[in-house]
Design a protein around this ligand. Sequence first.
Ligand code: AMP
Ligand code: MG
Length: 503
Amino acid sequence: MKSGGMMSAPLFPFDNSYARLPEHFYARLSPTSVKEPRLIKLNESLARELGLDPEKLTTPEAIEVFAGNRVPEGAAPLAQAYAGHQFAGFVPQLGDGRAILLGEVIDKNGSPRDIQLKGAGPTPFSRRGDGRAALGPVIREYIVSEAMAALGIPTTRALAAVTTGEWVMREEPLPGAVLTRVAASHIRVGTFQFFAARSDVAGLKALADYVIVRHYPEAKDAVKPYRALLDGVIRRQAQLIARWMLVGFIHGVMNTDNMTVSGETIDYGPCAFMDAFHPETVYSAIDQRGRYAYENQPGIAAWNLARFAETLLPLLDPDRDTAIKDAEDALAAFGLHFETAYAKGFCAKLGLLKPRATDEALAQDLLERMDAGNADFTLTFRGLCDATADAAHDDDVARLFADSSAFHNWAPRWRARLAEEGGDADACRASMRSVNPAYIPRNHLVAEVIAAATLNDYQPFERLNAVLAHPYDDQRGDDQTGFERYMLPPEAHEVVHQTFCGT
Ligand code: AMP
Ligand code: MG
């Protein structure tokens, strides 16, 4: 036995598989210390999911780790290299300009999960940036990524948020913060583009092999493993975008460096949930032309995946024409994967568990009426749940439309279609309530929480997180009414018209 008594177990039992990849995949460096770290939030349930002890993660030592003031035992900190198309323009080198990967932990399911600090100081990839994050965007990412997880949508997670006691300069000085982000991995379409742009086939192959082991182990035994990898990424991304569309989520900046190969949602910058349904909705202040509007998301995902497929050409087949044919065949499946997931999901939102071809027209008709009638996306579908079992609730839904007859004229056809399903109305209502959330992180609520946090009041943050952790349940405040406001769209004076990257 060693003298000096028991060694304490490390905070994180890190593996560092990414750090074992070739040196030009990343830059090794430690986070930059900050003045006065203060923990504002630890995600205890996520900590447990990761096999970590939440109590140990609130100690001063852990808070120093979350702030970047201390490199935890066993970590091999690094900034990942990547490239990417930003608003369709290719940038051959982006990389983690303000994020540092500490390492991977193995979660309760045996899957490796990255632990990364976002806002941890400059890196060789920072370009003109300061490597820092402001409190507002950190809170926004915490709330929205955790809300997405609670909705059951694949996403990176938020393990902790700390303030730094320092200011970051944006248009005005803002309090600084660091987010501890957890991801299946942080490998992006842009990571593949980094190697492809340099004609580094060895690097590309090392990356692809790594991704197969980590995310697509079934591809390993396929006749063409890299084709299977491409198929897998296309399928997961198509399903992911369908999930976004079904809850009214707008990512806001779907550059190829913001699209994972694991199929998780990543990089919550100017993202937002729609209130009233309008397919052309854009919130992001930097998206002047509406490239990343709600309705464009499936098309943009397909475009990004074509860029991904291009990077794989040297691996798909030694014969260039065959490789191109393989890539085209794989990409052709995106539409079907997306349509299948979207149609099935939409039918479930309407209570139709045995979808038919004609359901699409019924759904499209409703959406057009919602668009014309300025109906709230989330409340309309949540309202339909009650209307299933009892047509007396139709008025509650119709009230959401500028002209209530728009809904009343549609409802009988929906009800006739429901009758053909022949199921039990209560069971139908329950299944609809499990896919149509009552609570989403509405923009005005997030803005309100950020405003309070900036004044050092984190209670609204806590409350909103608590509500969003159970999006499909009806919830009541202590006074029996307190949670209603979390369901409702903004009043005219509360509407948030634009969101910002906060970079
Ligand atoms: P994003 O648009 O947030 O996905 O970021 C695009 C690129 O800019 C990535 O390479 C980021 O790492 C980098 N970046 C964003 N904000 C900063 C910052 N404050 N300091 C340094 N790099 C940044
Ligand atoms: Mg990004």
